[in-house]
Write a protein that binds this ligand. Structure first.
Ligand code: MEV
Length: 319
């Protein structure tokens, strides 16, 4: 028997970093870029092959539960969930999501592996259970994640997220057109999160105020999304970027792309995810979308993608 499963990338619309400290954040799935896991039977112990991720083949058994490799850990945790001692075959992972770019590659690869093993076991793996397993992997390999990445990737739905609360899946009044542009700079979320932790220790009052302001903005952004106030949502995104700069998680290249998007007519723009590198997102309308995409390419973006959130299903195209 063979099995095939996938999970999408993600963008943080508002609230990254502050979400780690208990503030709310909003994330969107990027259904047009996906991590795929394909299983085929072989006579050998389960092996993970992820050439895209520049990894040697990994042989898995459930003794691997404290594996130093996140892919192996996800496979082992899923096998343990189903009570499987061992498996034979091969899972080949192919991902269209750039790594170390703030687009949720790690969580998506984990979710795809979990789903592929569930399929070949012939048993459903409910999203809530899959979400817990992917979060476990995120915790072991990404420091102190809030849980927003695994949640948006597993449920593949726009989400308002807060640590400790049930995720609220958002009703989007007017579809959101978002351009995602890659700075081409690799950056590990774990490092940016660690640096914000240091800043919070060195300047606790100032940092707490920034988190507070971001949290208030996210709540207003949610209202805008639910009531179709796109112009104000754009302003909030740009204000969120300024606050992320205050947390020192931006970079000259990201600021440059944000400015280029605004100059080309975007309603608002910000870095998305851990920052320091990776992607920016810009809120656009039908008229400004092509101009903003072109402006971002001219400003040095290595990849530009338009995504639409809130049209029933997600809808992406990429250049
Ligand atoms: C990463 O997509 C978002 C961060 O807030 C980290 C996290 O919430 O785990 C930077």
């Amino acid at each position: 028997m063979s099995a095939q499963a996938s999970a999408p990338g993600k963008a943080i619309l508002a609230g990254e970093h502050a979400v780690v400290y208990g503030k709310p954040a909003i994330a969107l799935p990027l259904s047009g870029i996906r991590a795929n896991a394909a299983y085929r039977p072989t006579g050998s112990p389960l092996t993970l092959i992820a050439e895209d991720l520049a990894r040697p083949p990994l042989v898995i058994d459930t003794g691997d539960i404290v594996s130093s490799d996140p892919l192996a850990l996800m496979a082992a945790l899923t096998m343990q969930y189903f009570g499987l001692e061992s498996l034979q075959g091969e899972i080949r992972i192919q991902s269209e999501i750039p790594i170390a770019s703030g687009l949720g590659s790690g969580a998506a690869v984990s979710a795809a592996i979990g789903r592929a093993i569930a399929q070949l076991h012939g048993t459903a793996l409910p999203n809530a259970a899959l979400n817990r397993l992917v979060f476990e992997v995120e915790k072991q390999h990404h420091g102190t994640p809030s849980g927003i990445d695994n949640t948006v990737v597993v449920y593949e739905s726009p989400v308002y997220f807060e640590i400790g609360g049930a995720p609220a899946f958002l009703e989007i009044a007017d579809p959101l057109l978002v351009v995602v542009a890659d700075s081409g700079i690799a950056s590990l979320t774990r490092d940016a999160v660690a640096d914000v932790r240091t800043l919070a220790r060195l300047a606790p009052t100032q940092t707490a105020r920034v988190f507070e302001d971001i949290g208030a903005m996210v709540n207003e952004a949610r209202q805008c999304i639910e009531h179709g106030n796109i112009a104000r949502l754009g302003e909030l995104m740009s204000a969120n970027h300024r606050l992320l700069r205050a947390l020192d998680v931006s970079a000259a290249e990201l600021d440059n792309l944000v400015d280029a998007a605004i100059n080309a007519g975007a309603l608002g723009a910000k870095l998305s995810g851990g920052g320091r590198g990776g992607n920016i997102i810009a809120l656009v309308d039908e008229a400004s979308a092509p101009v903003v995409k072109q402006g971002l390419i001219e400003a040095g973006a290595t990849q530009v993608m338009l995504t639409v959130a809130g049209q029933g299903s997600q809808n992406d195209d990429s250049d």
